[in-house]
Design a protein around this ligand. Structure first.
Ligand SMILES: Cc1cc2nc3c(=O)[nH]c(=O)nc-3n(C[C@H](O)[C@H](O)[C@H](O)COP(=O)(O)OP(=O)(O)OC[C@H]3O[C@@H](n4cnc5c(N)ncnc54)[C@H](O)[C@@H]3O)c2cc1C
Length: 293
């Protein structure tokens, strides 16, 4: 049996130095890593435990933005956004993922950095909210800030030797919602996810678990914006059934994957129902709170 070195840095600089050395991997809540052997993954020579980097646990809310440290757990994320009903979609994504025990330790950073995990809940919710990712690597004093879409597309190249330290969301979102389908129990991975968010000038829709990586769905965004009669994109004015009908027309063009839980055609087939559910929640003014300017 192989043995791994377990390093427990207490500062970001120390962690980054440890990651740049031997074949090393960050370890946050370990809820994804612990199943690595079941997926046939060979362990690295060194794990760099992130639990001692307390700065990664901050949630900072200003008038313009919300910054979430990579070490924030799913449970804290769900609770910490309770005061911001416009970000309900992200709170739902975090608060309904996995099960209560996993949510206590699973982190935002781990969810975004589990590169071979198409069913992750947080990426579609964050894509709809136009999130950006802060990345730091050894020897570079400046953090790199990049749109989540770019991060997800380049994750495999960006991550070795680097740490995601935070995620930032603009506050101009007016409402958001997250709809997910699990086949059996609440703790199962979702087979398909739809996240939606609206701001004054845009509607954003993202899909998770259908293809190999979460993606925006620009074809549906455009079709819905065109269908709004007064020309102003406003999710609250979009009929959920209309959104579902357009999703049914367009879902065949989305990349989809066959997997043990469901084949590609099933994942596409359930999308209209999830779109309907997400838009129904988006229009539910009681649960969304007042719009941000
Ligand atoms: C029973 C069960 C059910 C689950 N259900 C769901 C679900 O419904 N929805 C869902 O989204 N997830 C689910 N998961 C998966 C998992 O819990 C999440 O993906 C979780 O967010 C991973 O976070 P973690 O902190 O445990 O990551 P870890 O396991 O510690 O790490 C995951 C990956 O990210 C890397 N990493 C971690 N932090 C950083 C960082 N800051 N910078 C760079 N790389 C980093 C690690 O090296 C590793 O490659 C489930 C897991 C279990 C065991």
């Amino acid at each position: 049996m192989s043995e791994q070195e377990l390093c427990t840095p207490t500062s970001l600089d120390e962690a980054l130095a440890l990651l740049s050395g031997a074949e090393a991997q960050p370890l946050a809540g370990a809820t994804w890593l612990m199943r690595g052997p079941l997926r046939g993954e060979a362990p690295p020579a060194r794990y760099v435990v992130l639990g001692g980097l307390t700065d990664l646990n901050d949630i900072t809310i200003t008038d313009e933005a919300v910054t979430l440290g990579a070490g924030v757990t799913h449970a804290r994320l769900a609770a910490g956004l309770a005061e911001l009903p416009q970000l309900r979609g992200l709170a739902q994504a975090a608060g309904r993922s996995a099960n209560p025990a996993i949510r206590q330790v699973a982190t935002l950073g781990g969810n975004l950095c589990a590169a071979d995990f198409p069913a992750a809940d947080l990426p579609p919710a964050l894509l709809a909210l136009q999130a950006s990712v802060r990345l730091q690597r050894d020897g570079s004093s400046a953090a790199e800030e990049l749109p989540l879409e770019d991060f997800l597309a380049q994750r495999a190249d960006l991550l070795p030797g680097a740490l995601v330290t935070a995620v930032t969301l603009p506050r101009r979102i007016q409402a958001s919602a997250h709809a997910r389908l699990t086949l059996k129990a609440a703790g199962d991975y979702p087979v398909a996810i739809v996240s939606v968010a609206k701001s004054a000038d845009r509607l954003r829709i993202a899909v998770g678990s259908v293809g190999p990586v979460a993606l925006r769905w620009p074809a549906l965004e455009e079709a819905l914006e065109t269908s709004v009669q007064d020309g102003a994109p406003n999710g609250a004015d979009i009929d959920a059934d209309r959104a579902a009908a357009l999703a049914a027309e367009l879902s065949g063009d989305l990349p989809a994957r066959d997997g043990v839980e469901a084949p590609a055609r099933y994942r596409r087939r359930v999308l209209p129902a999830l779109v309907r559910r997400a838009f129904a929640q988006l229009s539910d003014k009681d649960s969304q709170g007042r719009a941000q300017p």
